[in-house]
Design a protein around this ligand. Sequence first.
Ligand SMILES: *Cc1c(COP(=O)(O)O)cnc(C)c1O
Length: 376
Amino acid sequence: MKHYKFLDLSDSIAPDVAAIKEAINCVVDSGRFIGGREVERFEERLASIHGVNRECVSGVSNGLDALRLIFRAYIEAGRLKPGDEVIVPSNTYIASVLAVTDNNLVPVFAEPDIYTYNIDGRSVEKVITPQTKAVMPVHLYGRPAWDAELLKVAKDNHLIVVEDNAQALGALAECNGLHGSRLTGTLGDAAAFSFYPTKNIGALGDAGATIAKDPEVAEIIRALRNYGSAKRYENIYAGLNCRLDSIQAAILNVRINRLEEESERRRSIADTYLSEIRHPAVSLPIRSEGSVWHQFVVRTAERDLFREYLLSNGVETDIHYPLPPHLQKCYHQTYGQLSLPVACELAESVTSLPMGASITVDDAKTIAGIINGYPR
Ligand SMILES: *Cc1c(COP(=O)(O)O)cnc(C)c1O
């Protein structure tokens, strides 16, 4: 029986191994291990991909730090203050929420749509209060969390829009039909990126980046990531150490060349799942042209049985995520009493199918066939 791995990072990096080793050697020989040319090159590349000024982009240590730095920069700029409310999706990965609470801001959970897994204008509008100052669309599983209504709600309520783009590098959002489609990460005021090894484009360790459209905010992020200092031994802010390693930047300068190929590959696998899986007990996500399908997530009522069946047929799966943030031990006391039925239902029913470099379109067809044979 053939075995379908959920994800194998050796498979993901396989086509780039020689170039990665060469890039690492160059850094070793350069004698420059923090910042420097490779970090600048990567920032330039991200800026050009997203059509923003080079100054808007900062390479940072990881995705969580990218989000933390963005909120901290808005606080330093006097545009947010501790106690302000930030709307976050109730079913996001916990890092989105950690960045909010780390800055003494208050997370307010908006429920996602059960078929897109994302928040939208309506769900955000429902939880707005006079204290709401920002909203964080999370482009979960690589699917743009963006619609004309979300933009309108944010504008009407003067909300700062911080995108969590950790899972959606390269995703395209429909922008009202007016401007055509635009890359996630350029829709709001600022965006956080992660290059954690399992993301669509991953480093060989931790790495992240921010885009901030406001030059003042971008400049503060740059200082904050480096002890709050823009000039050596002059500290404007009580900053952090959240820098991007040269070696990870050099690796990312190799890996980023695969962005389009990787997105296309994932789109073909998702298309195959969407057109081939036909089982009354399995709910599929709604189609999304612009998604980069970081995960392909289906829902079933008796998830354990479903996953055991798949595994017994050689198909590994995973769960993203088994417990929503508000029920995690760290938040349970403060937010555990909230009624967030959609987040809870998703946590109990979602299964992520194999996606990425370890499987082919033909594999996806076979996996769909196995799912269609699920005896329920
Ligand atoms: C991975 C991820 C993060 C955090 O990124 P790290 O680089 O792992 O710190 C934040 N938000 C979401 C939605 C993520 O998937």
